[in-house]
Design a protein around this ligand. Structure first.
Ligand code: ADP
Length: 328
């Protein structure tokens, strides 16, 4: 049977080979230096032995031979050090490139695992619910509950496919950004109303300043807000509220999404915007996701000349703040 390595073992093996080769090259360099230095010394000794002691310029010649040997030593050291510096720079470069490559491969693998699961679950749940509705005569309340669950699953599927398709299109330059005058206040109101209907068990609060216009892509801006609200719902307990705010401040349009969940540790605050990045590892993670939501948010925000950041909410949770330049 062919030998199979797990990704972690592969990395460990590659790292071990890398360190072995690096140490071998450095050791070889030192070995060459010692050998050359010995040769240099031998050459100087031969030259000294060839000198005739009663030669009037004997001392001057000895000095010259020693000087030359010293110069050679300096030359070997200089060359050796230059080599060493180049080798070390190259080694750091290779090490970082391999590590980055490995991390991306690992994240892509996690993404594939997550996405298979994410696609299959809503389809299976929706199918089962519809079959139940077809087969059994259920009372009105139960029917409504099943329909509500099916709607939630299809909505999840919708968000997921949107995120995957749009991010791959944006990445490959296949998506043409639409520029339209949009009433962002109206978009926000509609979205939040929809959320209230879709998640009757959750508490939403929103504060939206009217008539905030922006020139942008309506679908992308909706996806951006939905991803933040979806995350706020996903990463906070059921009984805690999700707050949305849209307002103007000092020449900027500000969007805020706040939750009272576990929050995001400081050292992860930048990383969560990377493609496929999810906090924790696939085995211990309880929530579903692909690591595309925030990456896509950031891409959409920057494509609309805005900025996005995450800070801590009080007493707990996160605040995602998007800022766009105000348009007249
Ligand atoms: P996904 O939710 O599909 O994992 P995202 O790109 O939307 O991917 O988010 C990346 C990671 O950031 C998530 O896996 C989660 O760990 C963290 N995160 C995002 N939003 C929040 C939030 N509101 N509260 C706590 N953690 C969050």
């Amino acid at each position: 049977m062919p030998l199979r390595f797990l990704p972690k073992q592969k990395l460990a093996l590659a790292t071990a080979i890398y360190w072995f080769l690096l140490l071998y090259i450095i050791a070889a360099l030192f070995f060459w230096y010692i050998k050359l230095q010995q040769q240099n010394q031998q050459m100087a000794n031969y030259k000294l032995m060839e000198l005739v002691a009663d030669d009037p310029s004997y001392l001057r010649k000895v000095d010259q031979i020693n000087l030359e040997a010293g110069r050679k030593t300096m030359q070997f050291r200089g060359e050796g050090l230059t080599f060493l510096v180049f080798i070390l720079i190259g080694a750091v470069f290779v090490f970082r490139a391999v590590r980055r490559q490995f991390r991306v491969a690992q994240q892509q693998q996690n993404f594939m695992m997550a996405i298979t699961h994410e696609l299959k679950t809503p389809i299976a749940v929706a199918k089962l619910n519809l079959e139940t509705l077809k087969k059994h005569r259920l009372d009105e309340q139960k029917q409504q509950k099943l329909i509500q669950m099916t709607l939630e699953e299809t909505n999840r599927l919708n968000t997921l496919t949107n995120n995957i398709l749009i991010s791959s299109q944006l990445e490959g330059g296949g998506y043409k950004l639409v520029r339209e005058e949009i009433d962002l206040s109206l978009t926000g109101e509609k979205l939040m109303e929809e959320y209230r209907q879709r998640f009757p068990g959750r508490h939403f609060e929103w504060q939206i300043e009217p008539d905030i216009d922006i020139s942008g892509d309506p679908l992308l801006l909706q996806i951006m807000i939905s991803n933040l609200v979806d995350n706020a719902l996903k990463y906070s307990p059921k009984e805690s509220p999700v707050r949305f705010r849209l307002y103007r401040s000092q020449g900027a349009i500000i969007i805020e999404v706040k939750d009272n969940g576990a929050g995001i540790p400081d050292d992860e605050k930048q990383k969560v915007f990377q493609r496929f990045y999810r906090i924790g590892n696939e085995l211990v993670r309880k929530t579903k996701g692909t690591g595309l939501g925030l990456y896509l948010c950031k891409k959409i925000v920057t494509d609309h000349r805005g900025t996005i950041r995450v800070t801590d909410n009080q007493p707990a949770g996160s605040i995602f703040t998007i800022q766009f330049p105000l348009q007249k």
